[in-house]
Design a protein around this ligand. Structure first.
Ligand code: MLT
Length: 399
């Protein structure tokens, strides 16, 4: 008899975005003539930028030659990409990260989910609520106790430090789903808390490229002492449009320590490296060359233009919703706009009404957690044309 991991039975039946996709597919089948505008899952619409495409084509051609062919690559990622990451994402911000502290991967979702492998199941975990469901679900799967830190309009979407001692803390800023940010001073408090409590911060910075304001940290390592307490996740998905290409990386500083039951220190970098070599064969050469191209002069400017266009969509959504008298948050340093649903309606009721009456797909706040109830998320990753049309429909809607 093979026994199952019963922790899975504690999960909701279906992953949030799969539930939404199913609902939308059903509605589309029943209403084939309707033009549905999807501002639900944060999937990009702009094609891969020319600099990355060119790098991919070149790498594909190399693979067809005897001299250029690559088989298994280094599990941690090719040196050329790790070097480019160090130089561009960290050195430019005055952060000292070394190549062997970087692990290139096939996505931040996978990294955030897989990282739990190196932590004990009896660690107490703090997550913000609402939250990107992957942090919660993967900890439920491995049977950890989870503490929720509400982030709502009442606390300005700034989570309070946990009242009790926790071992692992997930922070995502700019935040998914609320689109809000922490200042350097806010984040410093978390680094101090983690130091005092020997906790590890799992910092998801997948949306840092959307930051437009000063004093908002792009990396947790901009905060002094963070290298002793934090792991950072970064992704090319939302910047270079790699949601389908798949490439990201995780940073685990060499001096970041976890503990055995006996209190002996163990380097987390070493554990993650061991895990990576065992369970992963690296990201394809072609994809890593494309990721490297995001740091070329052309790549940088092409990506910047895409991000600016998505931020312009966010502005259109934010201002349009405000005009339609919604309370709106986020959307300034983030591709996500978080709105309050009309009084007396649940997030899912609003989802259904929006889909059925104006044919727009968003994400119900309660899907991200109990404290997301009464809120709703729209993404700025649609096309400009569809974004404008969606907001016009909402403005003219009698809800
Ligand atoms: C989202 O919509 O929250 C994201 O696209 C999900 C993800 O990045 O996996």
């Amino acid at each position: 008899m093979s026994f199952i991991n019963e922790n899975f039975l504690a999960l909701q039946d279906s992953y949030l975005f799969s539930t939404i996709a199913k609902k939308v597919a059903k509605y589309t089948e029943e209403n084939p003539d309707k033009k549905i505008i999807k501002l639900g899952i944060g999937d990009v619409t702009k094609p891969i930028v020319p600099a990355c495409l060119e790098a991919m084509h070149k790498a594909v051609d190399e693979m067809g030659t005897e001299e250029g062919f690559k088989g298994y690559g280094p599990e941690q990622g090719y040196e050329f990409l790790r070097k480019a990451i160090v130089e561009n994402d960290y050195k430019t911000r005055g952060v000292d990260i070394q190549e062997d502290e970087i692990f290139v991967s096939d996505g931040a979702k996978c990294d955030c989910g897989n990282i739990v492998d190196i932590f004990a199941p009896n660690n107490k975990v703090a997550i913000t609520d609402p939250v990107y469901p992957v942090y919660l679900d993967t900890n439920i799967m491995s049977g950890r106790k989870v503490i929720y830190l509400p982030v709502t309009a009442e606390n300005n979407f700034i989570p309070e430090l946990p009242k009790e001692k926790v071992d692992m803390i997930y922070l995502c800023f700019p935040n998914n789903p609320t689109g809000t940010v922490l200042t350097k001073e806010d984040l410093k408090k978390w680094v101090e808390y983690a130091k005092e409590n020997q906790s590890i911060i799992l910092y998801d910075a997948a949306y840092e490229a959307f930051i437009t304001e000063e004093n908002i940290p792009h990396s947790i390592y901009e905060i002094e002492g963070a290298k002793e307490v934090a792991i950072e996740f970064k992704s090319y998905s939302k910047t270079a449009g790699f949601t389908g290409v798949r490439c990201a990386y995780v940073v685990i500083p060499r001096n970041l320590k976890g503990y055995t039951k006996e209190g002996k220190e163990v380097a987390l970098n070493k554990l993650w490296n061991r895990r990576t070599c065992t369970k992963f064969n690296g990201v394809s050469y072609v994809v890593q060359r494309a990721a490297e191209a995001t740091y070329s002069k052309e790549g940088k400017s092409q990506i910047k233009a895409n991000i600016e266009a998505y931020l312009e969509n966010a502005k259109i959504i934010k201002e349009g919703l405000e005009e339609a008298r919604f309370m709106v948050y986020g959307g300034v340093n983030s591709p996500y706009v978080w709105l309050k649903v009309p009084e007396g309606m649940t997030s899912w009721e609003f989802f259904d009404k929006l889909l059925e009456e104006v044919n727009i797909v968003g994400t119900p706040g309660s899907g991200f957690g109990e404290h997301g109830e009464g809120y709703f998320r729209l993404t700025a990753f649609g096309t400009k044309e569809n974004t404008i049309e969606a907001i016009e429909r909402i403005k003219n809607w009698k809800w």
